[in-house]
Design a protein around this ligand. Sequence first.
Ligand code: NI
Ligand code: MN
Length: 221
Amino acid sequence: MKITYLGHACFMLDDGTTKVIVDPFLTGNPKATVSADEVAPDMIFVTHGHDDHLGDTVAIAKRTGAAVCCLVDMATAAIGPAGVENIVAANIGGWVPTKFGKVKFVNAIHGSGIPGCLSCGFIFEMGGKRIYHAGDTALTADMALLADENIDVALLPIGDFFTMGPKDAVKAAKMIKPALTVPMHYNTFPPIAQDPNAFAAAMSAEGLKTAIVNPGETLEV
Ligand code: NI
Ligand code: MN
């Protein structure tokens, strides 16, 4: 199972058969290591409608035919009207079968950028692993429920300002109990400047493992 960080909250997940991209904000992303024209995912997952997550979703979907997987309200309000036909629209709480395995839509405490819509995170069961992409979220006690999901890799925002910061992300990891945590959503813009090494040290003090993956790098699990 390969997890490639493309910068900000964008990751490519590849089990050797299927490629999944999450929150493909590449155009205008100062940390992006590939352009929107270069990626060829089979599915696109979007946590919410803010530009730094929705990003190039529509352009990539139209060019590649990749299915866009998102919340029903977002599909109805934004993805469908943009002319995307291949949509998998589901809702928070449900497991959704996919060609790579399955995905669960989970809570994220955050605005959606689309009036009336929520924001979410995803748990991917792919390549024999469970990968949690938190989306943009505050620390929430709901994360304690994720301890039962046997998360192998948690992708957690640490940027502060728009999402939880590093201290709350450590608290989140203590609740989620993932085998490994990868920090994201930091150092893209000045308001979310953070030191990932300080985060990793704070995690280590709690007995939690962190992998700092730089944009363009791939983690194999
Ligand atoms: Ni956001
Ligand atoms: Mn964001």
